[in-house]
Design a protein around this ligand. Structure first.
Ligand SMILES: [Ca+2]
Ligand SMILES: [Ca+2]
Ligand SMILES: [Ca+2]
Length: 658
């Protein structure tokens, strides 16, 4: 296992030989006997062997810290080490108390212990002591003050505009972490499966750009510490890959060293909040990375669903998850099967796994102040776990919001996972929102490929299946799909229409980094290309106007105009969606809010079209004059309760009262 910076802090008392071993007071008789028999060097080496054979050692404590006055008290610590069999755990100083009897796993490598933290206890690094018959080991555990809730833990709402940035591919603000000493040789900008240098500092540097674009929430791909080596298991184009994408957690409590440190992350959240931008963390609890230390040394025998040698393979037969009739084995393959046959599937039915993951989620939020979570691979984790997870989350951070990834185009399937309703399994998952993939595919079909536009209102007609369709996160691009501009038939005009729709329909709009430049990339690796100008030596800097082409500036301006309108017009932020007119390639809808309305008209046809539709239901009165805030359509007047709008080929209008 890698000893990273945080672990080195824990390993605060190395021995005389400089080994990363805790102060161990064990001196067994056998060791002394060996010592007396050999020359000095041999003695020291042998003593080392004796120590490592018998005395307790601590490698890591999860979580490394907790705050006073938390809703989780006692907090459960998982101490990783060796020779921990029969260990007693003690915390040094007042205000900290062990509750119950610590549990140790069979191999003596993990202790689970409950720590009660008194509200008045001092906030600082404290010492925990593990004692066995063979000795004592110590580690540090930090007691924190809770962060003030004001301006933090904000959740997200329909008033937000989200922007997904892949940390490694967005902006390199600190070249010194590109080839870290602890994980050398996996940085190469010419290799699309290696690290490219993007980092948390880069995101901080680009906050003004995002602010200017109208972004109010940044969803960052996972920043967990991923494995610091080449991945020989997941070959990409027959060659080893890396964990640059972040979805292969190696340490759930670590920040990837290519991206920065926990302190840098805290700075990022703080700086973003100062700019009025929220931070959404991408979390994974379904699986670990393939090289996670738990794989060979699980903290409990039921930690994973199966073992490396013997497990089910995920068959992605996801429809069985909302089916009430399958035999259990059908569902198990999808719930417990290892992703791609190599991503170890965590068993959330094991109460220790469940507790570990819940506390881990709370810890990231509690120590950084971040605002929301995008949860990866939502559907492959049991609903009963999600209920407990969401309850714990909302208890500590009531305004917090979560969007789950259920990558499926069927609203019947997707809607099953939204919380707010007890499902046939007797569980309300508590999930706030989902990525709106049922709407994503028709958006691509209509606006990129030029197919029928009426597919979109058809999908929206399924909204009744959701408990809260307004909070769904709508998108026209993401990091797991080819880019919009690489779809067959895609044009910038179509991309503008897709942006106009996503930024004016119901839901929380989410943009994907680089789509504002009409970047291309037909598949998963190329859809994750570097943002031009984010990296040292780039030929141009597309973060600034002068670095962009005229066409790119036109698109950026168009998106900025839409985000500004959304910020300005309450109906676009929270109004009810009313469909006014639908034909094969034209669609008009209103967003109405407290008597005010905004009317959006989209012409996806390749020719100029005039349509007429009734608007009295939107609160507009006869003779009302409307202007197009996007500046493409002419003024229109309500006559006999109807509005007539003429739109040029592939254009949209956002009509508001003059
Ligand atoms: Ca970097
Ligand atoms: Ca790493
Ligand atoms: Ca699973």
């Amino acid at each position: 296992m890698l000893i990273n910076r945080k672990e080195r802090e824990v390993v605060s008392q190395g021995n005389a030989m400089g080994q990363p071993i805790f102060a161990s007071f064990a001196r067994t008789f056998a060791c002394y006997a060996v010592k007396s028999a050999f020359a000095t060097l041999m003695v020291l080496l042998s003593a080392q062997v004796c120590l490592s054979q018998d005395s307790p050692e601590i490698f890591k404590v999860d979580p490394p810290s907790w705050w006073v006055r938390s809703s989780v008290n006692p907090v459960r610590l998982m101490i990783h080490g060796k020779n921990l069999g029969g260990a007693q755990v003690q915390f040094v100083g007042p205000g900290l108390r062990v509750v119950g009897v610590p549990k140790v796993n069979e191999r003596g490598t993990y202790i689970f212990v409950d720590l009660a933290i008194s509200p008045a206890t001092q906030r600082r690094p404290r010492k925990l002591r593990v004692r066995t018959a063979s000795g004592v080991a110590e580690a540090t555990f930090e007691i924190l003050a809770p962060l003030n809730h004001r301006g933090r833990f904000q959740g997200f709402s329909t008033a937000d505009v989200m922007y997904l940035a892949m940390i490694d591919r967005f902006s390199d603000g600190d070249p010194t972490n590109n080839d870290p000493a602890q994980s050398p040789g996996i940085y190469d900008r010419k290799n699309k499966f290696y690290y490219h240098g993007g980092d948390l500092q880069g995101v901080i540097d680009r906050l003004p750009y995002l602010k200017d674009l109208g972004v109010t929430a940044v969803w960052l791909t996972p920043w967990y510490d991923n494995y610091g080596r080449l991945n020989q298991i997941e070959l990409k184009e027959d060659k080893p890959s890396t964990g640059f994408h972040g979805y292969n957690p190696h340490d759930f409590y670590g920040v990837e060293e290519h991206f920065g440190t926990l302190e840098k992350l805290q700075e990022l959240v703080e700086t973003a909040h100062q700019s009025g931008i929220k931070i959404i963390q991408d979390q994974v609890v379904n699986h670990t990375g393939p090289y996670h230390p738990w794989v060979d040394d699980p903290p409990s025998s039921t930690w994973f669903n199966g073992t490396k040698a013997n497990h089910l393979k995920n068959v992605f037969q996801t429809w069985v998850l909302h089916d009430q009739r399958p035999v259990e084995s059908l569902r198990r393959e999808t719930m417990e099967g290892w992703f791609l046959d190599f991503l170890p599937d965590l068993n959330q039915h094991d109460p220790e796994v469940s507790r570990y993951l819940i506390q881990n989620t709370l810890w990231w939020i509690g120590v950084t102040g971040l605002d929301g979570i995008r949860m990866d691979t939502w559907q492959y984790v049991p609903n009963s776990f999600w209920r407990d997870w969401n309850m714990a989350l909302k208890k500590e951070f009531p305004k917090f919001r979560v969007v789950g990834e259920v990558k499926d185009g069927d609203a019947i399937h997707t809607s099953f996972f939204q919380g707010g309703r007890v499902r046939f399994d007797g569980v309300d998952s508590g999930l706030d929102s989902l990525l709106d993939f049922p709407l994503f595919y028709p958006i691509r079909h209509a606006f990129a490929e030029g197919h029928r536009l009426d597919e979109i209102p058809k999908v929206l007609a399924s909204d009744y299946l959701y408990t809260n369709p307004e909070l769904l996160v709508t998108l026209l691009g993401g990091h797991d799909d080819g880019r919009f501009m690489s779809e067959k038939g895609a044009t910038v005009a179509g991309l503008k229409l897709a942006n106009a729709f996503v930024l004016t329909t119901r839901g929380v709009p989410q943009l994907y980094y680089g789509d504002e430049l009409a970047m291309t990339g037909a598949d998963e690796p190329t859809t994750r290309a570097d943002f031009p100008g984010g990296f040292p030596g780039d030929k141009r800097n597309a973060f600034v106007r002068e670095g962009r082409t005229r066409e790119e500036n036109d698109l950026v301006d168009y998106i900025r105009k839409l985000t500004r309108l959304r910020a300005e017009l309450e109906p676009l932020k929270r109004g009810a969606l009313v469909n006014l007119y639908v034909s094969e390639q034209q669609y008009a809808y209103a967003r109405t809010w407290k008597g005010a309305s905004v009317i959006v008209v989209v012409n996806n046809d390749k020719k100029t079209t005039e349509i007429e539709f009734e608007v009295l239901r939107t609160g507009l009165v006869n003779h009302a004059v409307l202007v197009d805030r996007l500046g493409t359509a002419k003024e229109a007047q309500v006559i006999n309760g109807k509005l007539k709008v003429r739109l040029a080929e592939r254009s949209a209008a956002v009509l508001v009262r003059k």
